[in-house]
Write a protein that binds this ligand. Structure first.
Ligand code: AMP
Length: 552
């Protein structure tokens, strides 16, 4: 195999990596863009320039020093999107505290697990969100079950009994404490951990991916660079801050380019996104495919003026071609990019270029990011030839430190060569662009045949009644595993499973034809719009093992 025929790419750039802490990057933003808009939070009616934002960051950081928090301490944040979240992100980074992102959808047992796993000394929490009474839930866990947690800071305008509020902490700032914040900043290294993000979503038990200043600052900067961000850009951010998509790809991309961060709401709502784009004249928009679909389908979409939009990112899941076409034509996002990555790699490894043609933007995840290496390996660990599917591995500045307090899981994920094993299946083309073709763990082994769910899904999409489909394996006595499909039909479509099977019969191999088919209204999803196949698998396994379960 010649070198070029191997599934290996390495990203290059004219711009070197920056070896800086996040605190220093904020100083630079203030120096270059001090009077430019930094933060617009519509729900809170709040607008800050970079200078005002940095001042709010310093006040809160000074307050955290007053509380006795020290470099290296872990501090949790459990809140939907708001100004305090972004201020806390930079205030903690300024002090070298490690911010632990907690999913707003978590309930008590998950909260207890993650706080204890990282030994958090403090927690910043919203008063409540949707049906979650955060203060009530924290209280119900009981202090004895959270032995390391010393402080809780609540985000609330009104007083909350027994709690100090975010604003009360900022009010502790004095000139001396602010000076102390500066001194602490001088002692930090870009290689220090600054953030822990629990990844579970599609695979079960949460693991704390630990990321450094250098990891996420550089990644955010390159994500912005590929969209050609400048201080004239205004990014609409409906994606959650607790995930890399929000705090890295959005927040750090803006701060490193002086662009404005526009938060339409505390959580995703298509109408507030459309309002924010129109009223703030946003130039860029982020989202997972399901968010773009909801915006395009909104009853008010037609009358909207979205002509200010130019670019943005669609990521997290494969983008359907029809959606991409409408995002470009009806939302005016001609330079929209596709990103692929995972939390453990800060997160982005591939991103399309604004001028890649539509075909490339829908069928691949784009070109390799600067200073990142990717290779694709087969089941024996050998590099595959281009065009051959295998597992995608990533190496470079972007690979996390490891999973917090879990050396074994870290060793299972990052090999001795420094490669992060993503668990994603991919094919690399001759041009180095990659297609994501499934998950290693999703692969179904039916009677010794490897079945790739993605392939069957793509096929079932071609049936006119099928709107959306998910394929996965369920345990089977005879074959080890059997193929199961959950299907969402188009409105008004009436069809039975036998018709689906008949449609498959002459077109795909018999062992790929789903043995079990269910028609459902929706799929189980994480807050970030990722489909949870393990939930479907569990439900089906239960159903099939119940007495008198019948096939199909
Ligand atoms: P997370 O760590 O939550 O960001 O999830 C990362 C996973 O999302 C990856 O390992 C992929 O399985 C999936 N993913 C991310 N971006 C894409 C994309 N553009 N296309 C397909 N799958 C993606």
């Amino acid at each position: 195999m010649t070198a070029t025929a191997q599934s290996y790419v390495c990203g290059v750039s004219d711009t070197p990596l920056i070896y800086q802490t996040i605190g220093r990057a904020l100083d630079e933003a203030v120096r270059r863009f001090g009077d430019r808009p930094a933060l617009i939070v519509r729900r809170q009616n709040l607008r800050m320039t970079y200078a005002a934002f940095a001042s709010a960051v310093d006040d809160f950081a000074a307050g955290l020093v007053a509380l006795g928090l020290q470099t290296g301490d872990r501090i949790g944040i459990w809140s939907p999107n708001n100004a305090e979240w972004v201020i806390a992100q930079f205030a903690t980074a300024r002090l070298g505290l490690i911010l632990v992102n907690i999913n707003p959808a978590y309930r008590t047992s998950e909260l207890e697990y993650v706080l204890n796993k990282v030994g958090a000394r403090a927690l910043i929490l919203a008063r409540s969100f949707k049906t979650s009474d955060y203060v009530g839930m924290l209280g119900s866990i009981g202090a004895h079950k959270l032995p390391q947690l010393e402080q809780a800071i609540v985000i609330s305008d009104a007083p909350v009994e027994g709690y100090r509020r975010f604003a009360d902490i900022s009010a502790l700032a004095t000139p001396a404490l602010r000076e102390r914040v500066r001194e602490i900043g001088d002692t930090l290294s870009p290689d220090d951990p600054v953030n822990i993000q629990f990844t579970s979503g599609t695979t079960g038990f949460p693991k704390g991916a630990t990321l450094t200043h250098s990891n996420i600052l550089n990644n955010g900067r390159f994500v912005g660079a590929r969209q050609r961000f400048t201080e004239d850009d205004r990014l609409c951010i409906p994606v959650p801050l607790y995930h890399c998509f929000g705090m890295v790809m959005a927040v750090l991309a803006c701060v490193t380019h002086g662009a404005a961060m526009v938060f339409p709401d505390e959580a995703f709502d298509p109408a507030s996104v459309l309002d924010a784009i129109e009223q703030e004249r946003c130039t860029a928009l982020y989202g997972v495919p399901t968010m773009f679909i909801a915006e395009l389908d909104h009853p008010s979409f037609k009358g909207r003026d979205l002509s200010s939009l130019r670019t943005g990112v669609m990521a997290g899941a494969p983008c359907p071609e029809a959606v991409m076409r409408r995002v470009i034509s009806d939302m005016h996002m001609r330079d929209v990019t596709i990103c692929y990555g995972m939390t453990e790699t800060s997160p982005v490894s591939f991103q399309s270029l604004p001028d890649d043609d539509l075909e490339k933007r829908v069928s691949t995840v784009g070109a390799i990011h600067p200073y990142v290496e990717v290779k694709i390996i087969d089941a024996e660990g050998r590099i595959t030839p281009r065009g051959t599917q295998g597992e995608l591995l990533t190496r470079g500045y972007s690979v996390m430190r490891g999973y917090w307090g879990d050396a074994e899981k870290t060793r299972e994920s990052i090999d001795e060569g420094g490669w992060m094993h993503t668990g994603d299946l991919a094919v690399m083309g001759d041009d180095g662009y990659c297609r994501i073709t499934g998950r290693v763990k999703d692969m179904i082994i039916r009677g010794g045949e490897n079945v790739y769910p993605r392939e069957i899904e793509e096929f079932l999409y071609t049936h006119p009644a099928v709107m959306d489909v998910q394929v996965f394996g369920v345990p089977d006595e005879k074959y080890g595993e059997e193929v199961c499909a959950w299907i969402r039909l188009h409105d008004g479509a009436a069809i039975v499973d036998e018709e689906i099977r008949a449609f498959c019969k002459s077109r795909i191999a018999h062992y790929k034809v789903p043995r079990y088919i269910r028609f459902v209204g929706e799929f189980p999803m994480t807050v970030t719009g990722k489909i949870q196949k393990f939930v479907m698998r569990d439900a089906m396994t239960k159903e099939l093992s119940a007495p008198k379960a019948s096939a199909g």
